[in-house]
Design a protein around this ligand. Structure first.
Ligand code: MN
Length: 291
């Protein structure tokens, strides 16, 4: 009998804002919150719920800006995003695709709705997650992983729940995105009024974000845009979907037990390293995008 991971708390978005002119996001968590230490290695999550953009000739998104010390992971659920970075990475990601960008020693990038999508207009829904890197990898090389929807292994948990494995191990399968620390990420659909039980590793920080519908867990309910944060101990999580089919994103990872010092787009271990990052960015050491 596997021991349950107990719920620590359930919480809704902490704020809402525009990222450039292309993404209206709800911030689900960020590094300056009190509970940020119990969700390591995950440091920030922005969710752009489904939003319609009318056809336009104007570029929509966020222009050149830097990152150092971590990875940005972008999950596109609808719409199409074009990405370019000074580390040489780039690509287009559409519905179901995931982009895992390792900023590490520092780069600049831009994220825009693709030209074709902007012209036609349509719905955009996406999640951007920041994953911390341990000290030994913060100044390491860049990496760009663009993974298509069809490359993610599907896991049938039971007759009424299916997962799509993005990173790490789950039910004996391995997700295609490579990580620096031990992380498992998958999204999962549960048919309305059905139950599902998942098993994760002990001593991992685990979060479940509700994208659609409502789920109950240990006599508590989580609604759309809520995050359920679990205790580190235990393996098993039982979920039940409400009156609508539920869709959730499951994040589980081994905590990085190091100090976090963050400032805007930089996440390092100390204040000195942040000051260095600002200086390196200003002097062009993180590169520039060609116009
Ligand atoms: Mn960015």
């Amino acid at each position: 009998m596997e021991e349950n991971k107990k719920i620590k708390f359930i919480q809704g978005p902490v704020e809402e804002h525009w990222v450039g002119n292309g993404f209206r996001v709800h911030t689900i968590f960020h590094p300056l919150l009190e509970f940020s230490t119990c969700i390591s290695p995950f440091i920030l999550m922005d969710y752009a719920p489904p939003k319609d953009f009318p056809p336009s000739d104007e570029k929509k998104g966020v222009g050149e800006h830097p990152h150092r010390g971590f990875e940005t992971v972008t999950f596109v659920y609808s719409g199409e995003i074009d990405h370019r970075d000074s580390g040489g990475g780039g690509g287009k990601i559409g519905p179901g695709d995931v982009q895992w960008m390792t900023a590490a020693k520092g780069l600049v990038h831009e994220e825009f709705h693709s030209k074709e999508f902007t012209r036609k207009g349509g719905e955009v829904e996406m999640v951007q997650l920041w994953v911390n890197l341990p000290k030994k990898d913060k100044m390491g090389p860049h990496r760009y992983q663009g993974v298509k929807d069809k490359e993610f292994p599907r896991v049938e948990i039971n007759d009424s729940s299916k997962a799509r494995l993005i990173a790490g191990f789950f039910e004996g399968k391995k997700g295609p995105c490579e990580t620096h620390t031990k992380i498992t990420i998958f999204d999962m659909e549960i048919e309305k009024n059905k139950d599902c039980s998942i098993s994760l590793e002990d001593k991992t920080n685990t979060l479940i974000f509700v994208l659609r519908g409502q789920v109950s867990c240990q006599n508590e309910k989580a609604n759309e845009k809520d995050i359920i944060v679990f205790e580190k101990e235990g393996h098993r999580i039982d979920l039940r979907a409400g009156d609508k089919k539920a869709k959730v994103l499951v994040l589980s990872g081994e905590p990085i037990d190091e100090p976090v010092f963050s400032y805007g787009p930089f996440v390092m271990n100390t204040k000195e390293e942040i000051l260095q990052a600002i200086e390196d960015y200003n002097s062009g050491k993180m590169g520039r995008l060609k116009t």
